[in-house]
Design a protein around this ligand. Structure first.
Ligand SMILES: C[S@@+](CC[C@H](N)C(=O)[O-])C[C@H]1O[C@@H](n2cnc3c(N)ncnc32)[C@H](O)[C@@H]1O
Length: 278
């Protein structure tokens, strides 16, 4: 179920004959809504770094400029990304993203390259791991969790996502109450960001995409945690303030309505920001 779909489409201010780029195709929910508003002369170029996302280019949005160029365009009328994981990726135990399901320590979005979580963990030390959990997960018990993970690794008892989730639970036991997030949420988020170099890719995207817009074009980002949203906020504000022609469409981020959150709890942390080039 695509998040903030009506809001995204409104922000994009779609021209039926325009050129649009979806940088995170997933299962195509947002792409479908955009396509419905495009006429016969409109174009949608979609990509995803996950080779299992079928029906789009296999590419990283960090290389959005190269993708556009390959397709024969210098600029676009709208570019958007919906960050993070798709429900498909989370649901498939074999990808290793979920602490609710036992799977391998992989966590790569692009399964065709890069190191798996297991490979990365085999080369890291306790200090570095604590730093990752703290920085990318804003995890308060980072040091303790890193220690338990490394102890398990040394004993050869860190093979699956379940072992990883159990390591976290040894430090932070699960409290009761349906509103509480699972104690492993932050650790899994941090490790996923690390494995996929998500912040580096987002930074590359933010430094390119605004300059790939046609006059009147729109750039939209949907973020799900504060690290990413902060990067988007700062990049957009800096452009609006310092560079000629850019303006904020959203001064404050757009959040999902209570009705949407009720329908789709995954939407609860989403924030949509939009920038335009005049
Ligand atoms: C939240 S889902 C997108 C869902 C999609 N908007 C839909 O309506 O189905 C995020 C998707 O972005 C992809 N992704 C994350 N980082 C990416 C990157 N740097 N480049 C390309 N795709 C990326 C993931 O593989 C995942 O499929």
């Amino acid at each position: 179920m695509p998040v903030l779909v009506e809001e995204l489409v409104a922000c994009l201010n779609i021209r039926p004959d325009g050129i649009y780029v979806d940088g995170t195709f997933g299962s195509g929910g947002h792409a479908k809504a955009v396509l419905e508003r495009l006429g016969p002369k409109g174009t949608l170029i979609a990509c995803d770094r996950d080779p299992q996302a079928a029906g789009c280019h296999h590419a990283d949005f960090a290389e959005v400029g190269a993708l556009l160029k390959r397709e024969g365009y210098a600029r676009a009328d709208g570019i958007y990304v919906d960050l993070g994981l798709s429900s498909m990726q989370l649901a498939e135990a074999g990808r290793g993203f979920s602490f609710m399901k036992e799977g391998p320590l992989d966590m790569r979005m692009d399964t065709t390259k890069g190191e798996t979580l297991k490979q990365k963990l085999s080369r890291t030390n306790e200090w570095e791991l604590a730093n990752i959990l703290q920085t990318y997960g804003e995890e308060r018990s980072a040091k303790k969790i890193a220690r338990v993970i490394m102890e398990k690794k040394k004993k050869g008892k860190l093979e699956t996502t379940r072992d990883l989730a159990e390591a976290v639970l040894e430090v932070s036991p699960q409290k009761s109450g349906p509103w509480r997030i699972h104690p492993a949420t932050r650790t899994f988020q941090a490790l996923r960001i690390w494995v996929n170099e998500e912040l580096e890719n987002l930074q590359q995207f933010l430094s390119q995409a605004p300059h790939l817009l046609n006059a009147g074009g729109r750039l939209c980002v949907i973020a799900y945690h504060s690290l990413e949203d902060r990067m988007v906020k700062r990049a957009f504000r800096r452009l609006a303030k310092e560079e000629e022609g850019f303006a904020l469409i959203t001064k404050k981020p757009i959040r999902p309505s209570p009705a949407e959150i009720q329908r789709n709890p995954r939407a609860r942390s989403a924030r949509l920001r939009c920038l335009t080039k005049n």
